[in-house]
Design a protein around this ligand. Sequence first.
Ligand code: PLP
Length: 284
Amino acid sequence: MTDVPLLPTAAPGSTPIRVMTIAGSDSGGGAGIQADLRTFALLGLHACVAVTAVTVQNSLGVSGFQEITPDVVAAQMRCVIDDIGIGAAKTGMLASAPIIDAVAAQCRESGLGRGSDVPLVVDPVCASMHGDPLLATEALDTLRDTLIPLATVVTPNLDEVRLITGIDVVDDATQRDAARVLHGLGAQWALVKGGHLRSSDRSTDLLYDGTEFHEFDHVRIDTPHDHGAGDTLAAAITAALAHSYSVPDAVAFAKSWVSKGLAAAYPLGAGHGPVNPLWRVSRP
Ligand code: PLP
């Protein structure tokens, strides 16, 4: 079951490429840090973590969360980067403006993101698939002004695009407009995930770097068990960038990784099950 070209892995006993996720914990194990760690591990990377919030969550939704203080979020990043070193990082749920400010300041201090050797993937998580808020509304300005300008790639879905840019993406033209605005906010590359925008059986994402549009068109995998799909895509992009893939190649790789995970997704609890990166180790 390995028609996704996999990333090279380190020999036993040698240190793998390291990456970091700066994100929230999902107690149900399907999204957030847990989705990132599953993808990073199954792609052969060593993943470090800066926890931003602990969500109380199951397959039916998020019933609450506890934020970690901004200084502790930044301290987790600093101590790992200074000692272990990382080849790329991603952000997920950041919960509040003070946490975004602390993460952005630490990225600048540690030389992560746009213009540095260490790519930063910003997945601008705003809410769960059930609509439960994961980012304070008043934090949107901070996201736009301090973090997106540091992004090597920003990876919003259509709801996040609407919140960040005010653009309601309804077709190819508005998807391009949104990508232009996101790039204009300072992201080096903007990936506007199309979901089932253009047709019910295709999923077309659009990537833009200020000069060229790249389209990534895949058969849409129709499953209710897609919890954590956005996190998984951003984690797989991060993994490929840590392996020095170009951004378009990293996105192409990540799209096939997520498609495989969606095709193998499983039911869990009474609600939505997760994308399943465990297909990688299944032995039919
Ligand atoms: N919980 C956490 C901690 C997350 O980071 C995310 C998404 O990034 C979610 C929940 C929501 O995932 P989904 O929209 O797939 O339900």
